[in-house]
Design a protein around this ligand. Structure first.
Ligand code: PMP
Length: 305
């Protein structure tokens, strides 16, 4: 997906021109994957532009860095303000927002602590991640031959750049095999998550999703969907999900900032239910889009621009 260039990128407190937003090749991050980042969406709702759950995303950014002994040199408030300033500077009504904290140019060698902690924020126009067809009809997915990292290896709760070399492997293999996305299992063989999204399944009207202990990223969309589902009086269970439960699920969907709420229509070529998005998926998609497209915010989830 080619990136749609915008005007300004925020770097360490200054808005610089897109083409000038550069770092040195000897920056620690280039060699060792020492970055922590977020993906956030600003929506053009029926009531104006708004950023979805900005506070949660900024908190996760700071916490991802903290897990790696890295203190972000800006406060939560300063980071939220910087995101707003970057969106405004680019005159975008709807966009994808990418803040990234990284270990920059300083010392050489593995120890990151002697390298500066740099921060940048880029924004650009980005439509539906897996295509409008995926949102409407669902996607075909496979179980990846790659597992998510075992507990106490790469910290799954941190959204760290280095973790995403694995997601890249999952995605490449899935696309090459003719699938739209892949689901990884955890080290014990239980379902974990997609390459960049969390997973839910419905069986007999109960919504199931794997727990944090299955090496997944604590998705902000995941948490939002759990809340919306419980408000709508669905039963939501966080439990270890055996792989075969996917083959007999009535409905499956992914959640994430990029995929929003995307139905899954088959797993390993086995149709999910009758192969069409089911009623629970549709209801939760609607509840989600009522907030981010309709601008119906009763929960303080939208930061108006
Ligand atoms: N899992 C992974 C591996 C991800 O990269 C993402 C996207 N940030 C998610 C889940 C979904 O998280 P969120 O809903 O916060 O975007």
């Amino acid at each position: 997906m080619p990136v749609k260039k915008t005007d300004k990128i925020w770097m360490n407190g200054t808005l610089v021109n897109w083409d000038d937003a550069k770092i040195h090749i000897m920056s620690h991050v280039v060699h060792y994957g020492s970055s922590w980042y977020e993906g956030i969406r600003c929506y053009e709702t029926a009531k104006g532009s708004a950023i979805f759950r900005l506070d949660r995303h900024v908190r996760r950014l700071v916490e991802s860095a903290k897990i790696y002994r890295t203190q972000v040199p800006y406060t939560q408030q300063q980071l939220e303000d910087a995101v707003l300033a970057t969106v405004r500077a680019n005159n975008l009504r709807a966009c994808y927002i990418r803040p990234v904290v990284y270990r920059g140019y300083g010392e050489v060698g593995l120890n990151p602590l002697g390298c500066p902690v740099d921060v940048a924020i880029a924004v650009w126009e980005w439509g539906v991640y897996l295509g409008q067809n995926a949102l409407n009809d669902g996607i075909d997915v496979c179980i990846s031959t790659w597992n998510r990292p075992a507990p106490n290896t790469l910290p799954a709760m941190a959204k760290a750049g280095g973790n995403y070399v694995l997601s890249g492997m999952m995605k490449m293999d899935a696309l090459q095999a003719g699938f739209g996305e892949a689901i990884a299992l955890d080290v014990n063989g239980f379902v974990s998550e997609g390459s960049g999204e969390n997973i839910f399944l419905i069986r007999d009207g109960v919504i199931h999703t794997p727990p944090f202990s299955s090496s997944l990223l604590p998705g902000i969309t995941r948490q939002s969907i759990i809340q919306l589902a419980r408000e709508a009086e669905y039963e939501v269970v966080e439990m270890n999900v055996p792989r075969e439960m996917l083959y007999v699920a009535d409905e499956i969907f992914f959640t994430g900032t990029a995929v929003e709420v995307t139905p899954v229509k088959s797993v390993d070529r086995v149709p999910v239910g009758d192969g069409k998005p089911g009623p629970v998926t549709r209801a939760l998609q609607k509840a989600f889009f009522d907030v981010v497209r309709g601008g119906e915010d009763t929960r303080g989830w939208l930061r108006w621009m």
